[in-house]
Design a binder for this molecule. Structure first.
Ligand SMILES: C=C(O[C@@H]1C=C(C(=O)O)C=C[C@H]1O)C(=O)O
Length: 373
């Protein structure tokens, strides 16, 4: 029996709709609180202090207790626990837990090269996975202690799947970057000639980076993004029912899968892919002296100007910016700003960005220089 007068079913349904919306807002605010709390904690740790501050925690607990009573106290204690970060990651590399670094496979992929170059620790196993979501989940679920993800390419732009996977998941952060030139070739099963090629397969980014060259080389040939990565397309050439005769893959993949190289692009415009090393978000790395911080925000289209003004007002040095669609009249912005996440200027920018933006996430803070392949 409902106690609501009038049309009880409609009223209850509407109230529940509002409750669901409020829950979404609370979770959104909690996530933002986790990010800001992490900032203060990491600033204190890099100053030689400790993660927690009991006096300050008492202020927070008292505030909730005064307004909400004993349940408020419990909420504040849970909140502080949430903001202290996830439980310590198991000690990878010791005892039964092997140190593992996940990347987008299969073997001989561009990501494998990146995973090898981003200084793996001695004994760390490199683990090829099928999708970028799988690569991130491997760290979130504690099966790997690190992951390597392509973020953007100098010719084909941002890798949306990586960016969305990182934005969706609070449990990981970027701690290092690598810029890797990619040496594409056109490969085919031994015995195949250029004239036999009707369809070329690869990852959409590889096809975009080589489109002009392929268009000039094989003007009447179709392309297909048949698989999750360029090296998966290369491996697929050996299947008896392959729906394409050639693939764009790295020279290493062609050698690994014993394919013939039919052609190589000229080297005047070598594409360079920027990779991120991802770890559990337990702790921000200490400042290196010249860092970049990646932020992701969602913003209504009408407030984009406010974001630009906020960045200019705070003299934020924007090193990179990508916009991705985020639903009707909304954008997801990925911003790379010079400075460590705990730099006062960056903290101020970030606080002010919370006016025009409604979801803020600090994706990582890491040295600008990075490594290069
Ligand atoms: C964020 C801080 O660091 C820790 C986290 C707190 C919080 O999430 O509110 C409060 C006190 C500290 O234990 C801080 O000192 O303000």
């Amino acid at each position: 029996m409902s106690h609501v007068e009038g049309n009880p079913e409609v009223d209850i349904a509407q109230a529940r709709k509002r409750l669901d919306e409020l829950d979404r807002q609370i979770v959104r605010m909690l996530k933002e609180r986790v990010s800001f709390s992490a900032l203060v904690q990491s600033a204190r740790i890099s100053d030689g202090g400790c993660r927690t501050d009991n006096q300050r925690e008492n202020v927070v607990v008292r505030r909730y207790h005064q307004r909400l009573g004993p349940a408020g106290r419990d909420i504040a204690l849970s909140l502080l626990r949430l903001c202290r970060g996830r439980d310590p990651v198991p000690a990878f590399g010791c005892g039964a837990s092997p140190a593992r670094r996940a990347f987008l496979g299969p073997a001989a992929s561009v990501s494998q090269r990146a995973a090898e170059l981003l200084a793996p620790r001695a004994g760390q196993e490199l683990v090829p996975l099928d999708t970028l979501d799988d690569v991130v989940s491997e760290v979130v679920d504690g099966r790997a202690d690190e992951a390597v993800l392509p973020l953007e390419n100098s010719l084909s732009g941002p890798v949306h799947d990586s960016i969305r996977a990182l934005v969706a998941c609070d449990e990981v952060c970027v701690t290092a970057q690598l810029r890797l030139p990619v040496d594409w070739v056109l490969a085919a099963a031994p015995g195949t000639h250029l004239a036999d090629v009707d369809t070329v397969a690869s990852h959409p980014h590889a096809l975009a980076q080589t489109r002009k060259w392929l268009g000039a080389l094989l003007p009447r040939t179709a392309t297909t993004s048949a698989s999750s990565s360029s090296s998966a397309s290369a491996a697929g050439l050996l299947a008896p029912d392959a729906a394409y005769e050639a693939a764009v893959c790295t020279r290493r993949a062609a050698e690994h899968y014993r394919l013939s190289v039919l052609a190589t692009p000229d080297t005047s415009q070598v594409p360079v892919t920027r990779f991120a090393l991802v770890r559990p978000a337990a702790e921000l790395p200490a400042p290196s002296g010249d860092d970049v911080t990646s932020l992701a925000v969602t913003v209504p289209t009408r407030s984009l100007t406010d974001v630009v003004e906020c960045l200019a007002r705070n003299r934020a040095e924007v090193l990179g910016l990508h916009t991705l669609p985020a639903g009707k009249a909304r954008h997801l912005l990925w911003l790379d700003c010079r400075g460590h996440a705990a730099d006062p200027r960056l903290v101020r920018t970030w606080v002010e960005l919370s006016a025009p933006c409604d979801q803020l996430r600090m994706i990582g803070t890491y040295p600008v220089a990075g490594l290069s392949g």
